[in-house]
Design a protein. Structure first.
Length: 199
């Protein structure tokens, strides 16, 4: 098993749906491990004045069609366009930060994206969030309370600051050493690079 590829992601990024639906299977096949790292990409994009779809309906429409084509190519379910944007207060992402520390981030993130894309259930909606947490065997109230704690908020901010310092500006992003691979369609490139540059 090669050392970990860092998987920086933001619940609310559309293309990240494709990644969370497929990266574990590919990583297992290729003998690569993943380190799931939620961060606040929206804050970085606002700071850099780089919000690709805000106020750009033609580009947004093109993105959704591209998402649908790519999902079909991968065999990933895509029923219809869900509400967007989501998680304005960052609750779903802070839960992901907690989950990453406790070892259940992949399961939580996949369940959250499935609910958003296939049932149009916003990740930050308290009722839907509690339902997901219950299905994962977590105490919803205790988990949400932890996600709202200063410790987790600081960790979220710290991961975001570190991502920015590394030169990361979008989600999903895969990182091996100092090499950045931005976008769902670059995951295989990241694996190829990791295998040819193992140290």
């Amino acid at each position: 098993m090669l050392r970990e590829i860092d998987f920086f992601f933001y619940i609310g990024s559309t293309y990240t749906y494709l990644s969370v639906s497929r990266v574990e299977r590919i990583a297992a096949r290729e003998g690569v491990s993943l380190r799931w790292r939620p961060f606040h990409v929206r804050a970085i994009m606002i700071e850099q004045n780089n919000r690709p779809f805000v106020g750009k309906p033609v580009k947004l429409q093109c993105m959704w069609r591209d998402m649908e084509r790519r999902a079909n190519r991968y065999g990933i379910p895509f029923k219809s366009i869900p509400d967007y944007p989501v998680d304005p207060e960052g609750l779903a992402n802070r839960v992901a930060v907690l989950a990453s520390l406790e070892g259940w981030c992949p399961e939580y993130t996949k369940a959250t994206y499935r609910a958003w894309f296939l049932e149009n259930k916003a990740p930050e909606d308290a009722q839907h969030l509690r339902s997901i947490l219950s299905r994962l065997g977590k105490d919803p109230d205790a988990t949400i309370s932890q996600a709202d704690s200063q410790k987790i908020r600081q960790r979220y901010d710290s991961e975001t600051e570190q991502a920015k310092e590394l030169g990361i500006f979008g989600s999903p992003t895969f990182m091996w050493g100092a090499e950045i691979f931005w976008g769902d369609d670059r995951f295989e490139d990241a694996i190829d690079w990791a295998k040819s540059h193992p140290s």
